[in-house]
Design a protein around this ligand. Sequence first.
Ligand code: C5P
Length: 218
Amino acid sequence: MIIAIDGPAGSGKSTVAKLVAKRLNYRYIDTGAMYRAVAWTAQKKGLDLTDESVMTKIALSLNIEFVPGAEGQSVLVEGENVTTLLKNETVGRGAATVAAQKFVREVLVARQRQIGETGNVVMDGRDIGTVVFPQADKKFFFVADAEERGRRRYEELKSKNPGLDLKTIIEEIRQRDHEDRNRKISPLVKADDALEVDTTRLSIEEVTDHIFKNINNL
Ligand code: C5P
């Protein structure tokens, strides 16, 4: 069984996907973390993120692992726990840059399919229901107002970034969405058969319940 959850940044995908996976005892795969891992590695090395051949080499060789951890799940890159390091918006913007590149996507999508083939996963991202697993058993597309999405991201990041500014975060999120929706390859778009869930005024529990009701209706 494959459950696909797509949507823009801050729409609640990863929080809810993690909870759904936990309750079903499925694996949770955060595909955004894979694009972030490539961007973070390139940024750390001072490389040009628009150089597709270099980014593809990184995507091909990087060891990215998802392991159970304190945050529900940790992301290891070359054995280093980078879960928190990957979360900042500089890495997010970098991820959007590398995610627009054809060969980087081919490499990471192949990896995502390989993981999915092992069965019983909840996978979140931008193109899971449209490209990675068009045959997913259940597809959801989360949306929420940009202000609310920015506020959530702000709440999530502020403890580790005291100087954070809400307006800047909202603007960054808007810009990243614009890039994701308008790129040529695998743009962020709802699959025709995905159920849209507007999470703006819903709590995490309400969204999770909604998902479960729908899964049970299979
Ligand atoms: O979901 P997250 O914010 O971690 O994703 C970071 C970026 O990675 C997104 O803005 C998007 O550009 C890219 N991404 C993607 N396809 C996915 C997951 C993420 O293009 N399946």
